[in-house]
Design a protein around this ligand. Structure first.
Ligand code: FAD
Length: 512
């Protein structure tokens, strides 16, 4: 046991007594990992959002599922303690924190699982819930020439963290979110049971944990579907002045058969001006090419739309074959003549593109700014209204970060998972990814997000928050809608004392 319990100083005797009790419990646990007072690293009371900070009692670095199970059982033996799994802490609103509870640093288990398997003739990989997707990518490609099918844009996120939400990027239109690409999980429930689950074995736990906001169990292993990794990617951006033309092409591309479309389809909104962060310079893929606004008509509005596309190919493909295939696909699109930018990059270089942006942002001190982000899933039927009011008016001057918008297909999502979605086959993900300097403007931007959500509710838009953040139970009930009863039942089954993921603020810890 390498448990190094930090000394805690409290004002009252009662609290000191409580701490002594807890220390005693943990000393008796025989953990293989370690326990520390969060003062040592401070990571457990911070997240990427930079908006909230709450202090846990201890930060635990488990060696694996057994340790996690012991911690959960120990918490269950107290009247009040909660347990939060912390993936890589890339939440925005304190979702991976535990006020006065135990934060489990899942990264310490990142190397526990890495095994290639063939299931029903198809390759898949067992990886740790605490593994970073970027490590999964590197290891799968370099060792086996294989890769997961569905990604997030940014890969310094943990497997368990994104599977607890959904995991969405430009491949999701074809393969569904990451939650649709998992065959089996190992989960430590809120009762401390270590349970293997899949579509056929403990399916309620399996589907509950996928998109379950960490409410039903801590994912310690996931079996992820793989496919052959391409060598190269033709990465393309085309620009639209009219929203209707942008959405028509985007929806067309995501509705085509596999060999009749791109391998990745995303989009974003940017300002029709020369602002280096929000405007024309944010679009060009090739730094040697400048965005030429002369291609735009005078009638173009305050914002423009960019469709971002990728076409996979192999080193052995003839360049002329790749050019022809790409030209055929691009030729059917109605973007503004001349406003196309493209580069060829390695597959890994493409998937790790946000890592490079992170390095640049770290170099100029922007990465650690607060991030009052807003992510929504919004029905196709309401997307024009949203554009008219939010993009063309409320955020028309930019937000100091990307404004993503692209369509997804509901049929690629499994309705048995816990994720809440709008109705209709086509819906959009909208992401306002703000980087705001520390200071009073942060609160203003949080308020602006709240205004947008309030407006969506007032107008009766069919939307769901992605990476949701609510405080009142009523809001959670509205969020889950007719899935709420199922969500509550799953909680009662797998975490009846509401020990897990308290930072989501959905259920209150009970002593029953
Ligand atoms: P954390 O923030 O540490 O945890 C998130 C929640 O999951 C918490 O409630 C936590 O308790 C719980 N949790 C963590 N690990 C586990 C586990 N093993 N088992 C059960 N519960 C667990 N999302 C997308 O879908 N697509 C994107 O393209 C995308 N890009 C992003 C880019 C950046 C720069 C950032 C900061 C976030 C992005 N996200 C994206 C959001 C991201 O998927 C979520 O914030 C995710 O929760 C972060 O993963 P994490 O490992 O840091 O989890």
């Amino acid at each position: 046991m390498i448990a190094c319990l930090g000394r805690i100083v409290h004002d009252s005797d009662a609290e000191s007594k409580l701490d002594d009790d807890v220390s005693t419990i943990f000393n008796s646990l025989n953990l293989q990992g370690s326990i520390e007072n969060d003062d040592v690293s401070g990571i457990a009371s911070k997240d990427f959002g930079g908006l909230y900070s709450v202090k846990p009692l201890y930060l635990i670095r488990p060696s694996g599922a057994e340790d996690i199970s012991r911690v959960v059982k120990a918490a269950a033996g107290t009247p009040h303690l909660t347990v939060a799994a912390r993936g890589n802490g890339h939440s925005i609103n304190g979702q991976a924190m535990a006020d006065g509870g135990y934060v489990i640093d899942m990264r310490s288990t990142g190397e526990n699982h890495f095994k290639l398997l063939t299931v029903n003739g198809s390759p898949c990989i067992d990886v740790s819930g605490g593994a970073l997707w970027e490590d999964v990518l590197r290891r799968c490609v370099s060792r086996f020439g294989l890769a997961p099918r569905s990604w997030t844009d940014y890969l310094s996120l943990t497997v368990g963290g994104t599977l607890s939400n959904a995991g969405v990027s430009g491949q999701a239109f074809r393969y569904g979110p990451q939650t649709s690409n998992v065959m089996e999980l190992e989960v430590v429930t809120g009762k401390g049971d270590i349970t293997v689950c899949s579509e056929t074995q403990n399916p309620e736990l399996f589907f509950g944990a996928l998109g379950g906001l960490g409410q039903f169990g801590i994912i310690t292993r996931a079996r992820v579907k793989l496919q052959p990794a391409p060598d190269m990617v033709r990465w393309i951006r085309v620009v639209y002045a009219e929203f209707e033309e942008f959405t028509r092409d985007a929806e067309f591309l995501v509705s085509q058969k596999e060999d009749e479309s791109f391998d990745y389809v995303e989009g974003f909104v940017f300002c029709n001006n020369d602002d280096p962060v929000n405007g024309w310079p944010s679009v060009q893929l090739n730094p040697d090419q400048e965005f030429n606004p002369a291609h735009l008509l005078q009638t173009a509005g305050p914002v423009l739309y960019c469709l971002e596309l990728a076409f996979h190919y192999r080193n052995s493909d003839q360049p002329s074959t790749v050019d022809m295939a790409v030209s055929r696909l691009v030729g059917g699109l109605g973007f503004v003549d001349g406003l196309i930018s493209q580069v060829d990059v390695s597959y890994m270089g493409f998937l790790l593109r946000v890592k490079r942006a992170e390095q640049d942002a770290k170099a100029n001190g922007v990465w650690d700014n607060p991030h009052p982000w807003l992510n929504l899933f919004l029905s196709k039927s309401d997307i024009v209204d949203f554009d008219r009011t939010v993009f063309k008016k409320m955020v028309k001057n930019g937000i100091g970060g990307p404004m993503l918008i692209y369509p997804l297909l509901r049929s690629k999502w499994d309705s048995r998972t816990s994720v809440a979605l709008p109705e209709g086959e086509i819906f959009y993900i909208v992401a306002l990814l703000r980087f705001v300097p520390k200071g009073p403007s942060v609160e203003k931007k949080v308020a602006e997000n709240r205004e947008i959500v309030k407006w969506c509710i007032k107008e009766g838009l069919d939307f769901k928050l992605y990476l949701p953040h609510y405080r009142a139970k009523e809001d959670w009930k509205r969020h889950f809608g007719n899935q709420w009863t199922r969500f509550e039942k799953r909680k009662a089954n797998f975490d009846p004392m509401a020990i897990l993921a308290p930072g989501q603020r959905i259920f209150k810890r009970t002593n029953q």
